[in-house]
Write a new protein. Structure first.
Length: 197
C-alpha cells in the first residue's frame, strides 16, 4: 500500500510524524491509517501519533502533540536554550494546578505544577534537535524556575546555566529581575549575579 499524496506532504512538513487528526484533515481515515500500519508504510508510536518506519521518533515533539498543555521547563528548557549540554534523561514539564499529572509521570516525565495564572507566563517556541517546534519557557522564566526548584535539581547544572546565561547576547536582565520578583527568587538570583557580572 502506498502513502496518499496529501499524507506524504504532512509527513514531509512534520519531519516524518503525523497525528490522526492531521491525517483526517487531508482525507485519510483512521481505517486507512490502520491499513498503512499493517502494510508497514507507517508505525504507530503512541495513541494517535504515527511515524514513517525509517524515521527517528522525536519524543519531545510527540509528547507535546499528545499533551498540548505541557510546557517544557527546568532542565529540559535549559537544554532547548543551549544553557546545558546535558541531554535530558527524563523530560521536565510544567502544568497548571488542577491538571492530573498521573499519566505524565507514568510516561516518565518529571512534572512541576504552577498556579494557572502563571502557567503561560514567559512561553517561547523552541526547536528540537529534529527540527520540530515545541513550547518551552523563555530564558528568563527558565532561570527563575530552576532557582525556585533548586533543591530538586542538580545545582551544578543550574550554576552552569546561569553562567552561560550571563554571557548570552540575547539575555534580558530587566525581564529576568521582573520574573525573579514574580517567582520570589530575587535574593537567590542576586547572589548568583553578584558573582558573575
Amino acid at each position: 500500500m502506498t502513502v496518499p499524496i496529501g499524507l506524504q506532504s504532512v509527513l514531509k512538513r512534520n519531519v516524518g510524524i503525523v497525528t490522526a487528526a492531521q491525517a483526517n484533515e487531508v482525507g485519510v481515515s483512521n481505517e486507512r491509517l490502520r491499513l498503512l500500519i499493517r502494510s508497514g508504510d507507517l508505525e504507530r508510536v503512541t495513541t494517535g501519533v504515527y511515524v514513517l518506519p525509517d524515521e527517528f521518533a522525536d519524543k519531545m515533539y510527540i509528547t507535546q502533540l499528545r499533551r498540548p498543555k505541557i510546557i517544557y521547563s527546568h532542565e529540559t528548557a535549559l537544554f532547548l536554550h543551549e544553557l546545558t549540554d546535558r541531554d535530558p534523561i527524563s523530560y521536565m514539564v510544567t502544568v497548571p494546578t488542577g491538571y492530573n499529572p498521573t499519566r505524565l509521570r507514568e510516561d516518565g516525565l518529571t512534572v512541576f505544577t504552577i498556579k494557572r495564572e502563571l502557567h503561560k507566563l514567559g512561553i517561547a517556541k523552541r526547536t528540537t534537535m529534529f527540527g520540530n517546534t515545541v513550547t518551552a519557557y523563555d530564558l528568563e522564566r527558565t532561570i527563575c524556575d530552576c532557582l525556585r526548584s533548586r533543591n530538586s535539581l542538580d545545582i551544578a547544572v543550574v550554576t552552569d546555566a546561569i553562567k552561560r546565561y550571563s554571557r548570552r547576547r540575547d539575555k534580558n536582565l530587566n525581564t529576568l529581575m521582573q520574573m525573579a520578583e514574580i517567582f520570589q527568587v530575587t535574593k537567590q538570583l542576586r547572589s548568583y549575579m553578584e558573582v558573575l557580572l
